[in-house]
Design a protein around this ligand. Structure first.
Ligand code: GLU
Length: 305
């Protein structure tokens, strides 16, 4: 089996990321699999210079390791471009010049999709022969959108079980600036790297049916997915700045040792008693993903410092 850690270097790694990477590491290492590391740095301005180095350093400090050299998405743009062109040529994707505000206005019965933003009403479907025609006719750069016919791709998740796999509307696979959308890049890479298990936080559960469509469209074999509950603050809301600084950098500066942090994450995940200290390798012997609670995990970093 082959798993991966796929950090986005958009800021310092925080408690929630550390928890997800710890579980991904345990899931693979406890079964003797291969674990790859991929830096997902294609998110333009949100990606911070130097953050990738900090992320790798934080992971090593936690006691996590990986096999081989890290793969960096910004060095693989040609592959994503080629996949997007294939989808276009097969008639499965089409050029779209709509701006976000146009989509909001055009969505006749505006309702929120499964994640952020309104559902795309299909305005540009069948409108342009190719990207050049879209540019010529509108004087705008076009994105490429994947055509969704049928609204669901049911699948079975290794952690949360059967999912209806609802998909709301055609979604972007290549942005206006020619860069890949996350949905496409992650599929191209997981397939190219031979990944067989993707363990990630359940904020990406709604992305999975879209990714499954892309696997089928590109003739690729999908991995098994396991979506673990997000870490939330003591108030039950998604861990964010309002909960104080839960970055590993900050915790390290405050003198928190990895044994303490990993022990705390293991406690939150139902793997160890409160207050026990340990390193990731100490958790391998009796690790079972099924021991992790299925409801959102509440964290309070005051317990750490
Ligand atoms: N890079 C993504 C993130 O940090 C994870 C993508 C994935 O696991 O599919 O949120």
């Amino acid at each position: 089996m082959v798993g991966r850690l796929a950090p986005s270097p958009t800021g310092a790694l925080h408690l929630g990321n550390a928890r997800t990477f710890l579980l991904a590491w345990l899931s693979v290492r406890s079964r003797g699999g291969t674990l790859l590391l991929r830096v997902e740095d294609i998110d333009g301005p949100r990606t911070k210079v130097g953050a990738a180095m900090q992320t790798l350093d934080d992971l090593r400090w936690l006691g996590l390791d990986w096999d081989g050299e890290p793969v960096v998405q910004s060095a693989r743009l040609d592959r994503y471009r080629a996949a997007a062109v294939r989808l276009l040529e097969m008639g499965l994707a089409y050029p779209c010049v709509c701006t976000r505000s146009e989509i909001e206005t055009a969505a006749s019965a505006p309702h929120e999709g499964v994640d952020d933003g309104p559902v795309y009403p299909g305005t540009c479907r069948g409108r342009f022969a190719d990207l050049a025609a879209a540019r010529k006719e509108t004087d705008r750069d076009a994105a490429l959108r994947f055509r969704v016919d049928g609204g669901a791709v049911p699948f079975v998740d290794r952690f949360v079980g059967s999912q209806p796999g609802r998909i709301d509307g055609d979604f972007v696979v290549q942005k206006r600036d020619g860069g890949p959308a996350y949905q496409l890049a992650v599929v191209v890479d997981d397939a190219a790297q031979g990944v067989t298990e993707v363990l990630r936080a359940d904020d990406l559960l709604a992305s999975t049916p879209r990714q499954l469509l892309l696997y089928t469209a590109l003739g690729l074999t999908p991995p098994l997915f396991a979506h673990v509950p997000l870490l939330v603050g003591a108030d039950g809301r998604r861990l964010a700045k309002r909960h104080g600084d839960t970055s590993l950098r900050h915790l390290r500066e405050r003198g928190v040792r990895p044994e303490r942090l990993v022990g705390y994450l293991a406690f939150l995940c139902g793997l160890r008693a409160r207050g026990e200290e340990c390193l990731p390798a100490d958790l391998l012997g009796d690790f079972e993903l099924s021991r992790v609670p299925t409801q959102a995990l509440r964290a309070d970093d005051h317990e750490l410092i």
